[in-house]
Write a protein that binds this ligand. Structure first.
Ligand code: SAM
Length: 269
């Protein structure tokens, strides 16, 4: 097969799984917002992403799919100003809470999505546009075009590598197939087809979380399985019983999980 004949936007649409479609649902993120925000703050992901960006103090930054401010909050202390948007009202509410608690004056938070008319809601071009783990779209080409159009200088995004944050062994134990949908290779190849020669770096997190109890572990991991049946929940509890190791009163998984994200960036000509 001639690789040039592949339409990577069509390939992306085809490879989207039921799971990746579920991520487009704001109700999913509204429910997950508090635990996601907590985990995202504790993880080294944000500082790794920012390390690749090397932000300048004069930059204006547009953060698309910002969550509760994983990047917007630390970046706000490094750059001139930030516009942060997310379609989940719960994520934006958490971000606003943090902004007012930390008395940050250079962040504008908006409940808005990829599909909205950004010009219509007053969003202008920024020096740098970022989309961290938020390429949750049906039409990848339209999203990449939009990021490029709203950036004056640079674009940074991150996308799944392989299984991303999902635990394959846990899926096997529960009896569910793990299909996370298209990963960063689709993004990279589509950019290439669009005439954009992007850079790629990998952010690697070694996850070995500890929990106060088996119940806490179950609650913190159940987000991987939407609408779990009682039987599936029992299987997950059984798996955790087998794999959680007691470490001085705290429980930790017997295996470390490696989670990788691809950070892709380019500069405008
Ligand atoms: C994995 S979180 C990433 C959050 C943050 N950027 C980070 O890296 O921690 C994905 C975010 O994308 C948001 N999202 C999902 N669909 C969206 C859409 N259509 N428009 C804007 N944001 C969306 C979700 O609400 C969620 O906050």
């Amino acid at each position: 097969m001639d690789i040039k004949s592949i339409d990577w936007n069509e390939a992306w649409k085809k490879a989207r799984s039921e799971r990746s479609r579920k991520w487009s649902d704001s109700a999913f993120w509204n429910k997950r917002a508090p635990s996601f925000a907590k985990h995202a703050t504790e993880s080294p992901y944000a500082s790794d992403f920012i390390g690749i960006m090397q932000p300048g103090s004069h930059w204006s930054v547009l953060d698309v799919g910002c969550g509760a401010g994983t990047l917007a909050l630390p970046l706000s202390r490094m750059v001139r100003r930030i516009t942060a948007l997310d379609r989940s009202g719960a994520m934006i509410a958490l971000l606003e809470e943090r902004v007012s608690k930390e008395v940050l004056t250079n962040i504008t938070a908006l409940t808005a999505g990829w599909e909205d008319d950004w010009e219509g809601i007053g969003i202008v071009a920024h020096d740098t546009v970022i989309a961290s783990r938020s390429l949750i779209v049906e039409d990848l080409r339209a999203a990449l075009d939009k990021l490029d159009r709203f950036a004056r200088k640079k674009i940074y995004l991150s996308a799944l590598v392989g299984d991303g944050p999902f635990d394959r062994r846990m899926h096997e134990a529960v009896g569910r197939e793990l299909n996370t949908g298209p990963d960063y290779l689709y993004v990279y190849n589509l950019l290439h087809q669009m005439g954009i020669l992007a850079n790629v770096a990998f952010v690697t997190n070694r996850e070995s979380k500890t929990f106060g109890s088996h119940e806490e572990a179950l609650n913190s991991l159940r987000w991987m399985f939407a609408d779990m049946s009682a039987e599936e929940e029992q299987r997950l509890a059984g798996y955790l019983k087998e794999k959680l190791v007691d470490q001085n009163g705290r429980w930790t998984m017997s295996h470390e999980r490696v989670v990788r994200w691809a950070v892709i960036w380019w500069e405008k000509e």
